[in-house]
Design a protein around this ligand. Structure first.
Ligand code: ATP
Length: 255
């Protein structure tokens, strides 16, 4: 199983913790005080037993029969994921995707503070983007010396991604959320998470086409069943209207 280096916690557990955190955030906003593991299952699709097992890595949580205290669990998971204080994040590539991400309020809500955005296009450098001003990528290392961001969002085209990735590592970045459809080569100790819309869409599209195929086959069966039942009905009608056939074994009528 994938494991975070130097950690006993498997990556899928960390991913699920982030899902629980989203739910707890929503419940907290709605002033809901407690939540049961079966409610977590209902709302996230993650099995209740899995939820309890994920939490068991980090000690005792919840009370039997009472459930989990929402603000408390939220705070503890926030601490486990180490997002209990604002984390500076930088973004590279102020294109369509990058600009949308800069304007996404969810980042700040979850303590990821976008502190700078960089690009190499002189038509964009110096322009405002939401509450930031687009910076020259050439100044990445210099500016990040004082910003001290360790996380970067990469939203440049695939052709530029590896080169920018190396600059990021050189500027002290240790974690990259990569939106470019390319596998990045990074030194040990640098983490990359890839977000691939196209890959996800391709998987969804595959599921759909499988389902459509099943439906087509099912319709084929249904039609065959229907044809068969029509034939039975027809045979029944035919039998009903058919004149009675004389029994050939009967003795001929003698004249
Ligand atoms: P636009 O057409 O406005 O550039 P886009 O979303 O179609 O937007 P992409 O080609 O995907 O653009 O590029 C995303 C952004 O990445 C652009 O703003 C581009 O200028 C920037 N970019 C490309 N190469 C680099 C690089 N080496 N360093 C920094 N930024 C780069």
């Amino acid at each position: 199983m994938t494991q975070v280096p130097n950690s006993r916690v498997p990556v899928p557990t960390l991913e699920r913790l982030a899902t629980y955190l989203r739910l707890l955030h929503d419940l907290d906003q709605a002033h809901i005080e407690t939540v049961s593991s079966s409610e977590v299952e209902r709302q996230t699709g993650i099995n209740a037993a899995q939820f309890r097992k994920d939490l068991s890595y980090f000690g005792e949580f919840g009370k039997p029969g009472v459930g989990y205290n929402v603000p408390e669990l939220r705070q503890r998971i926030t601490r486990i994921l180490k997002i209990d204080r604002p984390k500076p994040v930088i973004l590279i590539g102020a294109g369509n995707l990058g600009s949308a991400l800069v304007g996404y309020p969810g980042l700040k809500e979850h303590q990821f503070e976008l502190v700078a955005v960089f690009d190499n296009n002189y038509g964009k450098i110096g322009r405002p983007l939401w509450n930031l001003v687009i910076q020259d990528i050439a100044r990445l290392k210099e500016l990040n010396d004082s910003l001290k961001a360790r996380i970067a969002i990469l939203a440049v085209p695939a052709s530029a991604a590896q080169d920018v990735c190396e600059r990021l590592v050189d500027a002290g970045i240790r974690a990259i959320l990569n939106f470019a459809p390319v596998l990045l080569r990074v030194p040990e100790g640098v983490y990359v998470r890839n977000v691939s819309f196209i890959q996800e869409l391709a998987v969804l599209s595959y599921h759909l086409s499988e389902e459509e195929e099943r439906e087509r086959q099912q319709n084929g069966h249904n039609q065959a069943d229907m044809a068969e039942s029509h034939l039975t009905t027809l045979a029944a009608y035919a039998a009903a209207v058919e004149p009675e056939v004389p029994d050939r074994t009967e003795a001929p009528i003698e004249s």
